[in-house]
Design a protein around this ligand. Structure first.
Ligand code: PLP
Length: 443
C-alpha cells in the first residue's frame, strides 16, 4: 500500500518508470501517448537530449546556491532569454518553483507596487468565474473554480468576481460576438465602479482558460477592452499564462494573439517542460522601477527561487524551442488537431464544442446539443473517459462539469510541440471511440 497522499485516497495510479519523446511507459511495460503533458507541462516531450545534457552540466557545476548570497550565470541567462523574447517592457523576471507560487508572487508584487507609489488603499483584485489560478490560498482566492474553493472559502481573501469570457456557454443566441464582448466589458466596468476603482489593485485572468473549462479562448477584442479599463482606472493587468503560455498556443505568450501587453505575466508549466519544477513572473519596467525608487526590496522570497538546476532545464527547453522553430510546429500541428476535432468529433451527438488555440484544445461534452445541457455530474463522465483512454494507451486530461450546469464535462488536449501527424490522428480516433462508448453507456 502506498504511503503517499495520492490525488485519490482510494486508488494508486500506475507506476511510471520511463519516458521518451511523446510516450510514458509504466511498470507493466504499457506505453501511453502523452497527449496532455500531464496538465500542459511537457512541451518538448520527454528525455530531450539537449535538456538532459544542460541539466547534467549544471548539476556537475552548481546544483544550488541560495539567493541571499549569490546569483548564477544560468539564472541570469534565463532572465535575459525571457525578457528578450517578451513583448513590450516586460523587462524583469522572478523565478519560483511552479504556477501557484508564480501567481502568489504576482499578487504580492502588484500589491507592493501600489504601496510603493503611495496608493496603499488599493487592496483588492478583480478576477473571473470559471477560472483557475492555483491551489495556494492567494491563488485559490482569485480563482473562480467553485469546486476547488468551496471548503476553503472562509480562509480566502475577498475578490471582486466578474463573469468568464465563455462564448459557447454564455453568448446569447441572438447576440453577436462583438455584442457579447461589449456586455462583458460593461459588466467589468460596472463592477470596478461599484467596488471603487481607487480600492482595486488589478485584474487577473488566464488568457486562454485551461483547467476549469478546457482551452477556452477570449473573444476578439475582449482583452484589449480589459487593458483599456485597467488603464482607465489605474489598475494593473495580470495575465496568468501558467498553462497557456510559453508557446502552447502558437505564440510564445498567448496574449500576443490578442494584441495586448499585460503589466505582470505568470508562466510555469511549459517554461521548464516538466524537466524541473519552475515558474516565473515577468514584470514591466514601471513596476520594478517603483520598487527600486521606493524601498529597494521586493518583500517576498522562497528558499528555491532562482534555482540554478531548474533554470538550466528551462533555459535549454526555451533554447530548443527557439532553435528548432517549434512555434511553427505548434501552429501547423495545432491547425491539424483543431480541424480533426471539428470534423471527426464535432459531428458526434454529445460533443457540444471544440475550441482552443495551437496545441491547446478543449472538447466539451453535453447531454443535449441543442440546449447545451451538460451530463449529470454524478455520472463522472470525465473520469470514465480518462480511464478508458488510459486503457487504450492515451493520456488526455478530462475534467468534470458543474452541478449548476454552468459548463459540462470537458477534455483538455495538449500534446508536446514535437507531436506528429499520425499521433494526432491516434488521439482524435481514440477519443472518438471512447466518447461514443462512454456516452453510449449513459444514453
Ligand atoms: N495558473 C493556471 C492558469 C494554472 O492552470 C495552474 C495549474 O494548472 C496554476 C496557476 C497553478 O500551477 P501549479 O499547479 O504549478 O501550482
Amino acid at each position: 500500500m502506498s504511503q503517499i497522499i495520492h490525488r485519490s485516497l482510494h486508488s494508486t495510479p500506475p507506476v511510471a518508470v520511463s519516458a521518451q519523446g511523446a510516450y510514458i511507459t509504466d511498470a507493466a511495460g504499457k506505453r501511453y501517448l502523452d497527449a496532455c503533458g500531464g496538465a500542459a507541462v511537457s512541451c518538448l516531450g520527454h528525455a530531450h537530449p539537449d535538456v538532459l545534457a544542460a541539466m547534467h552540466r549544471q548539476i556537475d557545476q552548481l546544483a544550488y546556491a541560495h539567493t541571499g548570497f549569490f546569483t548564477s550565470d544560468t539564472v541570469e541567462q534565463l532572465a535575459a532569454q525571457l525578457t528578450r523574447t517578451a513583448p513590450g517592457d516586460l523587462n524583469y523576471a522572478y523565478f519560483v518553483s511552479g504556477g501557484s507560487e508564480a501567481v502568489e508572487t504576482a499578487l504580492k508584487l502588484a500589491r507592493q507596487y501600489f504601496v510603493e507609489i503611495g496608493q496603499p488603499q488599493r487592496t483588492r483584485f478583480v478576477a473571473r468565474a470559471q477560472s483557475y489560478h492555483g491551489n495556494t490560498l492567494g491563488a485559490l482566492a482569485v480563482g473562480g473554480n467553485e469546486w476547488r474553493r468551496r471548503q476553503f472559502a472562509p480562509l480566502l481573501i475577498d475578490v471582486v468576481r466578474v463573469s468568464a469570457c465563455n462564448a459557447y456557454r454564455d453568448r446569447r443566441a441572438d447576440e453577436s460576438e462583438q455584442a457579447y464582448t461589449q456586455r462583458l466589458l460593461n459588466e467589468l466596468e460596472q463592477a470596478i465602479l461599484e467596488a471603487g476603482p481607487e480600492t482595486l489593485i488589478g485584474f487577473c485572468a488566464e488568457t486562454v482558460v485551461g483547467a476549469t473549462t478546457g482551452a477556452t479562448p477570449p473573444t476578439p477584442g475582449y482583452l484589449q477592452g480589459v487593458r483599456r479599463l485597467c488603464d482607465k482606472y489605474g489598475m494593473l493587468y495580470i495575465a496568468d499564462e501558467v498553462m497557456c503560455g510559453m508557446g502552447r498556443t502558437g505564440t510564445l505568450h498567448a496574449f500576443e494573439q490578442d494584441d495586448v501587453v499585460p503589466d505582470i505575466v505568470t508562466i510555469a508549466k511549459g517554461l521548464g517542460g516538466g524537466y524541473q519544477p519552475i515558474g516565473a513572473v515577468l514584470a514591466s519596467e514601471k513596476i520594478v522601477a517603483a520598487l527600486q525608487a521606493g524601498s529597494g526590496l521586493f518583500q517576498h522570497g522562497h528558499t528555491y527561487i532562482c534555482h540554478p538546476t531548474a533554470a538550466a532545464a528551462a533555459l535549454a527547453v526555451q533554447q530548443v524551442i527557439e532553435r528548432d522553430n517549434l512555434l511553427e510546429a505548434v501552429k501547423t500541428q495545432g491547425a491539424r488537431l483543431h480541424q480533426q476535432l471539428r470534423e471527426v468529433l464535432g459531428e458526434l451527438p454529445h460533443v457540444g464544442d471544440t475550441r482552443g488555440r495551437g496545441l491547446f484544445a478543449g472538447v466539451e461534452l453535453v447531454e443535449d446539443k441543442a440546449s447545451k445541457r451538460p451530463f449529470d455530474p454524478a455520472f463522472k463522465l470525465h473520469a470514465q473517459i480518462k480511464a478508458n483512454c488510459m486503457a487504450r494507451g492515451l493520456m488526455v486530461y478530462p475534467m468534470g462539469g458543474t452541478l449548476d450546469g454552468q459548463y459540462g464535462d470537458h477534455i483538455l488536449i495538449a500534446p508536446p510541440f514535437i507531436v506528429t501527424a499520425s499521433q494526432i490522428d491516434f488521439v482524435v480516433d481514440t477519443l472518438r471511440q471512447v466518447i461514443v462508448e462512454e456516452t453510449g453507456k449513459l444514453a
